[in-house]
Design a protein around this ligand. Structure first.
Ligand SMILES: [Zn+2]
Ligand SMILES: [Zn+2]
Length: 392
């Protein structure tokens, strides 16, 4: 049986798993019910299972019939603090918590892949390491799993992960080589002035005027310093200061995010942002406490693994349904694994405009076309077979 036929044969099960996870979403590092279901499924299928890695992470390891490489497949498990408004029969039963990014689909695909690979264990060589990760959405789940040894014993030779994607129609796969998702850095800046009466600015040092000039000055980093053929983003997300219309406050706090692909661009954008904010601060006579903290590196796909994935996807879906278009300034902590293991992160189309399934990720009306489950699982199994020297 080919990979797509095999995946379609368990499509109903994957839909049921996905809807169950969707009804019972759990936030970062609290994916206990989810992890329990995953661990029980892996054990039942014959995987050696480890739980409690980075709180709720689950790892299942299985050896094939012959020696060979170690392949790591990663699936994320966390939901978001979003109140669902889809009206779906399988809508979240947890107030204020929702699988609004599609990680419920990743869980279902992961459990499907586990079942399919276990079912043809005699046909492949090497080792499969399935990693179900907590806290992908900005809380550092991948980093913690690495710190707790998820890349050891056995050490993976190749890495794969996917994301269901609402910018692409269901029935398609998108895979690119090189950078596909951006590095993210967090900016927090405290602008310290001297408070006073709004009518007597000559007796105060105004942090609001300084902060406003900083925000404007930093707009020149991307427009004037970054190569127009390269790309980066600096966005301020919050600006807080002051309580009353006639009082100059003592402090203003700015926060923001910096996104980039290339390490040298990242370093330059951080340096220029710092120079501008501190320089404007000196000119205005305010104190500037600026912290720029690395969040995640860029997701960079390995050429050889991405090419294997493209070929596998084309053999499952046909060449016209495999594209190389998605590159986003969004961030993804699979990058932490990809820094250490050559691999590929790809996108599984999940939108269906005819059925009105187009709401963006993280929105209260987010949903996906569940046809993407069988396609995601089939491509994962096909590429796993190719990397694990499947004989059938
Ligand atoms: Zn997300
Ligand atoms: Zn996501």
């Amino acid at each position: 049986m080919n990979s797509l036929a095999a995946a379609l044969a368990i499509q109903d099960k994957m839909v049921a798993w996905r809807r169950d996870f969707h009804r019972h979403p759990e936030p970062a590092f609290q994916e206990r019910r989810t992890a329990g279901i995953v661990a029980a499924h892996l054990e039942k299928r014959g995987y050696r299972v480890k739980t409690g890695i980075a709180e709720t992470g689950v790892v299942g390891v299985m050896e094939g019939a012959r020696p060979g490489p170690v392949l790591m497949l990663r699936f994320d498990m966390d939901a978001l603090p979003v109140q669902e408004r889809t009206g779906a029969a399988y809508a979240s039963e947890v107030p204020g918590c929702m699988h609004a990014c599609g990680h419920d689909a990743h869980l279902a695909i992961g459990m499907g892949v586990a079942e399919l690979l276990a079912g043809c264990r005699q046909d492949w060589g090497g080792t499969v390491k399935l990693v179900f990760q907590p806290a992908e959405e900005g809380a550092g789940g991948a980093e913690r799993m690495v710190a707790e040894g998820v890349l050891d014993d056995p050490r993976p030779d190749a890495f794969l992960a996917c994301h269901v994607w609402l910018d692409r129609p269901v029935g398609t796969i998108d895979v690119r080589t090189g950078p596909v998702m951006a590095a993210a850095d967090k900016l927090v800046c405290l602008v310290r002035g001297q408070g006073g009466h709004g009518a007597l600015p000559q007796h105060a040092v105004d942090p609001i005027v300084a902060a406003a000039q900083m925000v404007v000055a930093v707009q020149t980093v991307v427009s004037r310093n970054v190569d127009p053929l390269d790309t980066a983003v600096v966005s301020f997300g919050s600006i807080r200061g002051g309580e009353a219309c006639n009082v100059i406050p003592s402090e203003v706090e700015l926060t923001g995010t910096i996104r980039s692909f290339l390490p040298e661009t990242r370093e330059m954008v951080i340096r220029r942002t710092r120079e501008l904010m501190e320089g404007v601060g000196r000119a205005c006579g305010v104190g500037v406490d600026l912290e720029i903290t690395p969040m995640t590196p860029a997701v960079i796909n390995d050429l050889a693994v991405a090419e294997r994935l493209r070929k596998a996807a084309e053999s499952v879906l046909g060449t016209d349904r495999v594209t190389a278009e998605v590159r986003t300034m969004g961030a993804e902590d699979a990058a932490v694994f990809l820094q250490q293991v050559p691999g590929c992160y790809f996108f599984v189309g999940a939108a269906n405009s005819e059925r009105g399934i187009t709401a963006p990720h993280h929105s209260p009306t987010f949903d996906l076309d569940e046809e993407c489950l069988a396609i995601g699982a089939a491509v994962m199994v096909e590429v796993a077979g190719s990397l694990l020297a499947r004989s059938c």
